[in-house]
Design a protein around this ligand. Structure first.
Ligand SMILES: C[S@@+](CC[C@H](N)C(=O)[O-])C[C@H]1O[C@@H](n2cnc3c(N)ncnc32)[C@H](O)[C@@H]1O
Length: 243
């Protein structure tokens, strides 16, 4: 699905076409009438959703909670435990990039990450956020962000130490801590008509050869495959580890 990108200044065309790979025919200078479209301005790329409620989605790794977490990655004890005791730097395939929060922590801890995202809209927002942050977040050179189905990408990739999966949680009022960002992701997937099969991605990966899968789950949710090796538990989240 191709959404128009509205710009009010021609100077952005070069960045959009050459860096973000947007076809020039998608760039418009008349404010779109469509219910959903992108706006590109000095602060970066924004995705506008006009109905049922107006919402503008924008990703900035340097601000807010993400910026704060990235300044103190050593405090990420739960994620660190989930990755395991091995001291070496790992090559991780994050099959569920989303807003890239977990990937950014892995990178900040010194690992390499191939992050996969099936949503074209999220991929474009992330790509733009990466370009804006790359001078400050040097570790972004260890990131390869790929658009597509994570299982297909994995089949064409070698030497992955760990597969990390954070599928959408089933709807549950108790998952409020995640709900802001998760609602944005859910809205985007609905607009792009991407069916969200929640656990399916785990079972698809389980059929492949792998060294280790780390599956993020709400703390009280049922175990979806009893053959797990161990769990790392936090207050609201747990990681089920399959080796
Ligand atoms: C719950 S979000 C992940 C949030 C992410 N861990 C973060 O830190 O922001 C799940 C994401 O995985 C993506 N996804 C789900 N299945 C996928 C697949 N098979 N291939 C690529 N992306 C997938 C969805 O589009 C969605 O953006």
């Amino acid at each position: 699905m191709n959404f128009p990108i509205y710009i009010d200044n021609k100077i952005y065309i070069d960045y959009l076409t050459n860096v973000l790979g947007v076809p020039e025919t998608n760039i418009v200078n008349i404010y779109p009438k469509e219910p959903t479209f992108f706006i590109y301005k000095e602060s970066g790329l924004h995705f506008v959703i006009n109905s049922p409620q107006k919402k503008i989605i924008h990703i900035d790794f340097l601000k807010g909670q993400m910026g704060w977490r990235l300044r103190r990655p050593d405090h990420e004890t739960l994620l660190k435990k989930a990755l395991g005791k091995k001291k070496d730097n790992l090559t991780i395939l994050d099959g569920t990039a989303g807003f890239l929060s977990d990937t950014l922590i892995f990178l900040a801890l010194g690992h390499k990450v191939i992050a996969c995202e099936q949503s074209r809209v999220l991929f474009m927002l992330l790509n733009d956020a990466i370009h804006r942050a790359r001078d400050e977040l040097i570790f972004l050179t260890n990131l390869d962000l790929v658009h597509g189905n994570a299982v297909d990408i994995y089949k064409n990739t070698k030497n992955i130490d760990l597969i990390y999966l954070d599928p959408m949680y089933p709807d549950n009022k108790k998952n409020n801590a995640r709900s802001g960002v998760m609602n944005d992701i859910k809205n985007i997937l609905e607009i792009e008509a991407i069916t969200n099969l929640e656990d399916q991605i785990f079972f698809d990966f389980k059929k492949q050869e792998f060294k280790k899968i780390v599956l993020k789950r709400p703390i009280k949710s049922k175990i979806i495959d009893r053959n797990l090796n161990y769990q790392v538990k936090g207050k609201s989240t747990r990681f089920d580890v399959y080796i």
